[in-house]
Design a protein around this ligand. Structure first.
Ligand SMILES: [Zn+2]
Length: 153
């Protein structure tokens, strides 16, 4: 998925979101429970304020609220539909299916315009999320099914 193609000469610049992308991010954050939204906002501000991290990638919320119908579609993946298993929850069972949502999924917009689910970057972001609010749980800490893009309260 390509969101922003890097232009020559700005490759070392931190990746930036367009106005439309910022609106999408604000709308997704608006679906989150207030405590989770506040933790994300604080972690994002810390990330963007770090001269090294901000060049590595820009955190983005890929999904917050998810309809039960879409959850059921995801559940079929790796079972009755091709692809890897991405969830053990059926429609209505996931924290993503509640509104306001106590869960959100994170990825990174890279300087070259690609979207990354790097475990290294997600681990660094998870530290900031947990520092922002001790009630935040990271899917990468789960012993069985590691869900590194996933954060919940
Ligand atoms: Zn999730």
């Amino acid at each position: 998925m390509v969101l922003n193609k890097a232009r020559p000469g700005v490759d070392r610049a931190a990746p930036r979101l367009s106005g439309v992308q910022l609106k999408v991010q604000a709308a997704r954050l608006g679906q989150a429970m207030p405590s989770l939204a506040a933790a994300y906002a604080q972690a994002l501000a810390r990330w963007l304020g770090d001269p090294v991290l901000r060049l590595a990638g820009r955190p983005i919320i890929t999904e917050c609220y998810r309809s039960p119908e879409r959850q059921d579609e995801l559940y079929k993946q790796g079972r009755s539909k091709p692809g890897p298993v991405v969830t053990y929850k059926r429609g209505g069972e996931s924290k993503h299916n509640q509104l306001p949502a106590p869960a959100l999924d994170v990825a990174f917009l890279l300087p070259d315009g690609e979207v990354s689910w790097s475990g290294l970057l997600l681990g660094k972001f998870a530290r900031l999320m947990k520092a922002a609010d001790a009630r935040v749980h990271w899917g990468g800490d789960w012993p069985r099914f590691k869900d590194r893009p996933h954060f919940e309260v």
